[in-house]
Ligand binder design. Structure first.
Ligand SMILES: [Zn+2]
Length: 466
């Protein structure tokens, strides 16, 4: 058997797996010279997914199974040497592509069937052993074994509730504004920043079916279908020691990274100044255009990565609970590492460990209802435009099509003139002012909304809030 079209290094192991699987399935190895041509070639990371198909075309060429019974079907699965059909990664994207190409019948490893059945229009046939596939192809009974989904698994809503976060009124308000407008958030101080970030998906609206499918495909490709969040927005919180490949994905592994696992959800960078400057710089790409580009092996792969960013930082690098020996200069230098990202982060808030007060905190359900109403208001206003949330409305549109009240614009212009605000920051503050107005149910931002947006921009909570 000759295999043409696979990278040289892959030919021998592929041939060995196929041969062993066929022999161990009780079928004779064909007594003929067979050439199998793979075209176009298969990316290295997915080669083993083609094992089952390669074995079947070999057997068809040898006359063991009628060729017309494999035509028009997609076979996915890695072969074990004993003839077992083993699960593969990325089944959702593979089956999605098959259906799009008009091949609706997909034969997949049994473990992958529930995932494959999520693709609308796919006829999924689960299989466990090569011998079973060969028998059923010979008897023409393959289609009888169609997989029937037991209905979409109801994903339990996040059990994390905002009511559990002690105090921190300013940070909770900031979280709500970010959820309503899709703005990025920076939490500064020693406090429950992680608790707040983890509760952000719980106050965001559920994903629409299209977005949920995008998220599921990314988790499938990453080999993490078991952790896919269903219709609730995902959260991804990589550690600052993660490698660039873990964060942004890799071409060689054909695997999206932690940044893409945050797509349509939340990317939380805890202790953000501890991330390398290179990583923080690279994050500007997806924050600008919603995708990650990874280069390698002479190719560039693009993974979606449209997320809300939550950064948090303690005031300095001293160990938690230890004595701080920092000067104001070393503290500023520590936070200066975030300079590449901060111009795009329009909401800042302090966090601190505060005593829990009885009945002080609102529950996630109450906040989520306000967020949903505000998002609906923004979506109505933005209907017919490419934008859905205030965070992405271009600066020009804020001046022309969606102006704030003249007095509010005047106030913000005067803060630019006095140097309290840079002219680059002005549109960011205006976007947040729109979100504050949407949360209030107002038609457009007033002076009060602009003042709160300014406080949220500077992170100064002294007289912020409502
Ligand atoms: Zn310190």
């Amino acid at each position: 058997m000759h295999l043409i079209g696979l990278p040289e290094l892959s030919v021998w192991p592929a041939r060995a797996r196929i041969r062993a699987a066929i022999l161990n399935s009780g079928t004779d190895w064909p007594d003929a010279r067979i050439t199998v041509s793979v075209s176009p070639t298969i990316p290295r990371a997915f080669e083993t997914a083609a094992d089952l198909a390669l074995a079947l075309v070999t057997l068809a060429a040898a006359g063991v199974i009628p060729p017309e019974r494999i035509a028009g079907r997609v076979f996915l699965g890695e072969l074990g040497l004993d003839g077992r059909i083993c699960p593969i990664r990325g089944i959702l994207a593979a089956v999605g592509a098959a259906v799009q190409a008009g091949m609706r019948t997909v034969v997949v490893p049994a473990e992958c069937a529930p995932e494959a059945a999520q693709v609308p229009g796919a006829v999924v046939i689960p299989v466990t052993r090569l011998a079973e596939v060969v028998d059923r192809l010979q008897a023409a009974t393959l289609d009888g074994a169609r997989y029937r989904a037991v209905g979409p698994s109801a994903c339990p809503a996040s059990s994390l509730d905002l009511a559990e976060v002690p105090g921190n009124e300013a940070a909770r308000r900031a979280l709500e504004v970010c959820a309503a407008g899709g703005h990025h958030l920076f939490l500064l101080g020693d406090g429950p920043a992680t608790m707040l970030a983890e509760r952000l998906p719980g106050i965001l609206p559920p994903l629409d079916p299209g977005a949920a499918r995008e998220v599921a495909e990314i988790y499938s490709l990453a080999g993490r279908s078991d952790q896919a969040p269903g219709t609730s927005p995902p959260i991804s919180a990589p550690h600052h020691t993660s490698t660039p490949a873990t964060l942004f994905g890799s071409v060689a592994g054909n695997r999206p990274g932690a940044v893409s696992l945050a797509h349509r959800g939340v990317l939380h960078l805890a202790d953000a100044p501890e991330f390398s400057r290179q990583v923080l710089d690279a994050l500007r790409g997806p924050m600008g255009n919603g995708e990650v580009r990874v280069a390698g092996l002479g190719r560039t792969v693009r993974y979606p990565a449209r997320f809300m960013l939550v950064l948090d930082a303690r005031p300095c690098a001293c160990p938690e609970g230890g004595d701080c020996i920092c000067t104001p200069v070393t503290r500023r230098r520590y936070l200066d590492r975030l300079v590449p990202l901060l111009p795009r982060v329009s909401v800042r808030a302090p966090v601190a460990w505060e005593a829990r007060r009885e009945g002080a905190g609102e529950s996630s359900a109450v906040v989520a209802a306000r967020v949903a109403a505000a998002r609906e208001r923004a979506a109505d206003r933005l209907a017919g435009t490419p934008w859905r949330t205030n965070a992405v409305v271009p600066a020009l549109e804020l001046r022309t099509r969606f102006p704030a009240e003249p007095a509010a614009v005047e106030l913000l212009r005067s803060t630019v003139q006095t140097g309290q605000l840079t002219s680059e920051a002005l549109p960011q503050v205006l976007r947040v002012a729109w979100t504050v107005a949407d949360l209030r149910g107002a038609d457009r931002p007033t002076v009060e909304d602009a003042v709160e947006a300014l406080h949220l921009w500077t992170g100064d909570s002294s007289d912020g809030g409502r």
